[in-house]
Design a protein. Structure first.
Length: 280
């Protein structure tokens, strides 16, 4: 049942209602959905492959068929074939900024979604080492495209939580702590997406903070960690690369590089004012 729910969630974010009436591709697409619902996954795949064969690659049905074929193979536990199809999405000429479904998900994000679902496929089969590179792709090369600062940051927090889980499964607690701490300090939307200088007031960091504090307490006392963090921020270096400013510092053997649009002094002030810092 979870696989079906995941599948239909993906379809809903890729196909806006305005495109449901397109002639042949629309028919094949709907037939594929019905077949999938009935558990006839290979027959569904044939319908979606017929859309690809039609070659109308400007249609959202074309891009969504790529996605559905991969998901269908994943549902059948044909992991190798599913991974091949997810990678075909990465290598395709699909436009990630095709129309999405609503304001919070305004773009199709074919590659980002493919990386996320491929990672979840491997997580479901307890293969964290296979899942991890795809989570990183979803966070970097195929980052989530949106004009909603809130939507972007919520997705970034979710991805950091995924990384934490995967590194923990791989018995790499230092790296798990690193990704959480890096994210809690890398919360400035403005430097990454200048048109999104602020986000709506939503504290979706609460479970994230709790997990981060727990990770810290597994290895250090909060007092000792806070002292080390203060020293790291005090000795941090600021540099510019390709017209973008960054703060870099070392903490417990890990190298942090965080983009910013403010001075080093202001950056430290913002960290000190976070709920996370006050809980240390």
């Amino acid at each position: 049942m979870k696989q079906h729910l995941l599948f239909f969630f993906l379809i809903s974010i890729l196909i806006p209602p305005s495109l449901k009436a397109q002639h042949l591709d629309s028919t094949f697409f709907a037939e594929g959905l019905n077949l999938y619902q009935q558990g006839q996954y290979l027959d569904a795949v044939h319908k979606w492959k017929a859309i690809l064969a039609n070659g109308n690659d400007t249609s959202l049905f074309y891009g969504s068929s790529f996605n559905n074929i991969a998901v269908a193979y994943a549902t059948m536990d044909s992991l190798e074939t599913a991974e091949i199809w997810f990678n075909k999405i990465f290598d395709s000429k699909l436009n990630d900024r095709d129309e999405g479904v609503d304001f919070m998900q305004p773009f199709a994000n074919y590659r980002h979604n493919a990386a996320m679902v491929c990672a979840k496929m491997f997580v479901r089969h307890d293969m964290p080492a296979k899942a991890l590179p795809y989570i990183w792709l979803a966070d970097t090369l195929y980052s989530y495209k949106t004009f909603s600062g809130t939507g972007f940051e919520k997705r970034a927090v979710s991805i950091a939580m995924w990384k934490d889980e995967l590194y923990t499964r791989l018995s790499q607690p230092d790296q798990a702590l690193f990704v959480l701490l890096h994210k809690i300090m890398d919360r400035e939307i403005g430097y990454r997406l200048p048109e999104m200088s602020s986000i709506s007031y939503q504290d979706f960091y609460a479970p994230f903070r709790e997990k981060l504090i727990n990770r810290i307490q597994e290895k250090y006392t909060t007092k000792a960690f806070k002292k080390k963090l203060d020293k790291a921020l005090k000795t941090a270096r600021m540099f510019t690369r390709k017209k973008q400013d960054y703060i870099e510092f070392e903490l417990y053997g890990k190298h942090y590089v965080i983009g910013t649009s403010v001075s080093k002094k202001e950056f430290k002030k913002r960290i000190v004012e976070t709920m996370f810092y006050s809980l240390l």
